[in-house]
Each structure stands twice: as C-alpha cells, then as structure tokens.
Design a protein around this ligand. Structure first.
Ligand code: DC
Length: 231
C-alpha cells in the first residue's frame, strides 16, 4: 500500500500536484484542508465570532458534524452533513475560519483520526499541513512543498479570479501571510518540516512537472526498499 504525504503552506500547488500524482499512481487523493474548511464553515454558519473565544463550543459542533470528501481528479466534492459545500468552503472568509478551527485540538483529533483511517484503508495521496508529522508519520514518502511568497500570493490571486471571487493582490498576500503564520505557530500540530521530508521548491515549475518529480522519487524509493534484504 502506498501512502504519500504532501505538506506545505498555502499557494505552493499541493492540491494540483496531489491530484495529478494520485491519478498517475492510481490511488485515492484526499484534500485534508477541505475538511478543516468544512468545520470552519460550520462555525461561521453558527455565528461563532473570530477570533474564536470559545473553542469548546466549536469542538462540540465538530463532534456531531459529518464531513466527507468524495470523488477523484477534477471532481472532488466536500460534503458537510450531506450538503455539497465544495464551492462555499473556498471563499476567503472561510479560509480564515478554517485556520482558526484548525488550531483547536478537539477538532484536529477528530479529523486526523478520520484521515488516518481513510489512508490506512486504501492508501492515497494526502495533502495538508501535518500529514507527515502527525497523521501518517510512517508514510511511504513525504514531500514538503515550498515557493517564494510573491509566487504563492499570485497563484492564489489568479485562483480567486478563476473562481469568480477576485480580491486585490495586496490583501491576498496579507491574508495568506497571516494564515501561514497562524498555521505554523499554533501549539497543536503546527506546519513543520523535518529531515524525513523531501523539500521541493515549486516556484519555477508547473504542477505536472512537480508531480512527475515526486512520482520519480517514489518509484526510485520503492525499488530501493524492495532490494533491501529485510523487506
Ligand atoms: O490547504 P487549505 O488552505 O485548504 O487549508 C485550510 C486550513 O486548514 C489552513 O489554514 C490550515 C488548516 N489545515 C490544517 O491545519 N491541517 C491540515 N492537515 C490541512 C489544513
């Protein structure tokens, strides 16, 4: 069984690369950020103000919510209690909620357990912030994607235009930096890279090129493992 962890900050191309890699390896793809976004949306719909002053309330809301990410390739859908919220969770306001609920240990415990179960059931490419550190530390391969800040902001800016919810570049960059700062400094499972990761700078590469590079690394790694006498 192959489990691939792809972690990194926003705007480095994790989703596009993850989908392409999963398709080329013929294994499922799981966007774990979509799950945090769904809980963020739930908090917002319940009128929870930001910053979150009552994490227990959000923890309780998340306990009874059913979040599912289904489908493959270009047709991945996110369901919150059976409702398709795939488009709504991409709104910039929901991004801020996602980052805020992702700092709540009760929320993380529940979603991480679900993600681990899915990965161990059928393998897959899992994309997020703590996949290789917390969710599946024993993954077949772990990749940490990076890119220069101005490139990441531009990618997000262009993505928002494509989605019909444009925002000016400066505010995209400011929001992105605030979210990355929060995701990297929270107490529970912060975004962090260690020596078990392969670091890939995607600044000057297209998603297909990155996916090809990761695929090559996995194939090489698996054949090395197969040659080890103890395997
Ligand atoms: O990848 P994304 O932008 O869709 O993720 C939304 C938020 O969820 C992001 O601010 C960080 C958080 N997240 C997390 O804490 N752990 C994950 N495994 C995935 C996302």
């Amino acid at each position: 069984m192959i489990v691939v962890a792809i972690d990194g900050p926003s705007g480095v191309g994790k989703s596009t690369v993850g989908k392409a890699l999963a398709a080329s390896l013929g294994i499922p793809y799981l966007d774990t950020g979509a799950m945090y976004r769904a809980i963020g949306l739930l908090a917002r719909r319940n009128g929870v103000p930001l910053p979150i002053a009552d994490p227990d309330r959000v923890g309780k809301l998340s306990e009874t919510a059913e979040v599912r990410v289904t489908g493959t390739g270009g047709n991945v859908r996110t369901l919150l209690d059976g409702e398709d919220v795939s488009e709504e969770i991409r709104q910039p306001e929901v991004s801020l909620y996602a980052s805020a609920v992702a700092a709540i240990p009760q929320v993380r415990r529940r979603l991480a357990a679900q993600q681990r179960e899915l990965a161990l059931a059928g393998g897959g490419v899992l994309e997020g912030r703590d996949i290789g550190t917390k969710v599946i530390p024993e993954a077949t391969a772990k990749f940490f994607l990076t890119a220069r800040p101005e490139i990441r902001a531009r990618r997000r800016f262009e993505e928002l235009i494509r989605k019909g919810t444009p925002q000016d570049l400066a505010s995209v960059q400011t929001e992105m930096e605030a979210r990355d700062q929060a995701d990297s400094t929270r107490a529970d499972s912060p975004l962090a890279c260690d020596e078990t990761y392969q670091v890939v700078d995607t600044s000057d590469l297209g998603p297909e090129q990155v996916a090809e590079q990761l695929r090559g690394w996995i194939v090489a790694r698996l054949s090395v493992d197969l040659q080890r006498p103890d395997v």
